[in-house]
Write a protein that binds this ligand. Structure first.
Ligand code: UDX
Length: 468
């Protein structure tokens, strides 16, 4: 079995937390996270722990391991040369143009990273694909490495997908449901697999470390995300039926989830799922199915995304319909911009679609989120409204520094992200400051609707057929 003493990891959201936890749990290993982006590396190294991502518990991990056996560097080549094992955890965004645009993963960064490893490595390495990739990407990586490497260098490719969710990354990493490692079923492949399994075995029970074939491992990541997202789209489809019939989606989800075969997780109706993975991975699966000439399978998975788009549109339409069919010139407070609570990440956030819809109805939108940076909000809104100049948008969109400020003089408050602090706002004070009738639209099943109604609010909750 190859000995692993030094690990190198190439950047990105999952790369940082994962390798930081490996360093924490394996003080005998040296872990270096490399990234060409100097600003990001500086942030990881910042003396006041001003880290580039917000993740509960991450700072404590960095405080303990950084400088001990965890290092952040821009010297990518040195990182590669020194490591026995390299995690390739680069971005695989959805392609914006060319074949498969809008569906397929852009593997350019994976290929560039692989070519770089082949070009600079002087010794044999285990290369671990950590980015979410379509099935059989490891095969391409192997071909590139073999065609370009020095004669005495041997590369073993493993797939080790990351199942952590943002906001709970550190606790997910501390006690993962499972660690999945895929390898070629050759003697060398199995030995490389055991070497990586040994690293995780420092804190993960052996029973939770699953070793499978390379292609199964790659497909399992897409499959897990597609099935999780499918549950949300299913419960969101039911939320529409609840609203039309007077049923209550919380009660329905609870009753359904008590069936142990179904289980209660990922059955929370919402304004729609967001995040960097679900939509991207499903579209990837759609593309893969189409490439394999399985159109029915492709359509089946596509419908999960179609349902999600419908849910977002349905919610913004409810707001317009309820506010007497027009929100032009009306003041709407949007509380939350991140794609879920406990993260500053906004990728594919439902809030972006809602605000785009409100903006096109010429409403005045006031946004507050406890974690998302102002520049990020403007960048996301600019991307979602390519035909509107930012200056023109700023005339009708305001970013506020508190929920109370955002709600002042508003006609309606929309809960777009389930931040706990929104539950604890002084809703009496919000009510006093709003125009009447004062509407609340809870897109996250977060608030106590009855308590708000007692104050005087007219409340609409996703998936509840009850009257305002
Ligand atoms: C997801 C997967 O959970 C994780 O395993 C994978 O590695 C990466 O993608 P993440 O995108 O961080 O993680 O967030 P997740 O907690 O899964 O939530 C995704 C979206 O679904 C969020 O917008 C969330 O608000 C929404 N959601 C989640 C619901 O609307 N209802 C639910 O019941 C659960």
């Amino acid at each position: 079995m190859p000995a692993v003493n030094k690990i190198c990891c190439s950047r990105l959201y999952v790369g940082g937390p994962t390798c930081a936890v490996i360093a924490l749990k394996c003080p005998h290993l040296q872990v270096t996270i490399v990234d060409l982006n100097k600003a990001r590396v500086d942030a990881w190294n910042s003396p006041d722990f001003n880290l580039p991502i917000y993740e509960p518990g991450l700072e404590d991990v960095i405080r303990e391991a950084r400088g001990r056996n965890l290092f952040f560097s821009t010297d990518v080549d040195k990182g590669i040369q020194e490591a026995d094992l390299i995690f390739v955890s680069v971005n695989t965004p959805t392609k914006k143009s060319g074949v498969g645009a809008g569906f397929a993963a852009d593997l350019n960064y994976v290929e560039l990273a692989t070519r770089r490893i082949a070009a600079v490595a002087h010794s044999s390495k285990i290369v671990v694909e950590k980015s979410t990739v379509p099935c059989r990407t490891a095969e391409s990586m192997r071909t590139i490495l073999e065609a370009n490497s020095r004669p005495n260098c041997h590369f073993d490719i493993l797939s080790n997908p990351e199942f952590l969710a943002e906001g709970t990354a550190i606790s997910d990493l501390f006690s993962p449901d499972r660690v999945l490692i895929g390898s070629l079923q050759t003697t060398e492949g199995r030995a490389a697999c055991s070497a990586l399994a040994e690293v995780y075995a420092n804190w993960v029970p052996k029973n939770n470390i699953l070793t499978v074939g390379l292609w199964s491992s790659e497909l399992s990541k897409l499959a897990a995300n597609a099935m999780l997202a499918q549950r949300i789209s299913s419960v969101n489809a039911l939320s529409a039926i609840c609203e039309a019939t007077g049923a209550n989606i919380d009660e329905v989800a609870h009753a359904v989830g008590r069936d142990s075969r179904i289980g209660s997780k990922f059955l929370r109706a919402s304004v729609g799922f967001g995040g960097s993975c679900f939509q991207k991975d499903i579209l990837n699966l759609v593309y893969l199915s189409e490439s394999l000439h399985l159109p029915e399978v492709a359509n089946y998975w596509r419908q999960v995304v179609v349902m999600n788009e419908y849910q977002k549109k349905r919610f913004s339409k409810t707001v317009v319909d309820t506010l007497f069919n027009t929100i032009t010139g009306k003041h709407i407070a949007v509380l939350g911009f991140a794609f879920k609570a406990d993260t500053g990440d906004t990728r594919e956030s439902a809030a972006i679609s809602l605000i785009r819809d409100f903006h096109s109805e010429k409403a005045l939108v006031h946004i507050y989120d406890p974690q998302v940076e102002r520049e990020q909000i403007w960048a996301d809104l600019a991307e979602a409204n390519p035909f509107t100049l930012l200056d023109a948008m700023k005339k009708r969109v305001t970013i506020c520094s508190s929920a109370l400020e955002a709600c002042k003089n508003a006609e309606a408050v929309v809960i777009a992200t389930e931040w706990k602090e929104f539950r604890d706002i002084d809703w009496e004070a919000v009510y006093q400051g709003m125009n009447k009738p004062a509407f609340v639209f809870d897109g996250r099943l977060l608030l106590d609707a009855d308590a708000l109604r007692k104050i005087g609010f007219k409340v609409t909750v996703i998936g509840r057929g009850e009257k305002l």
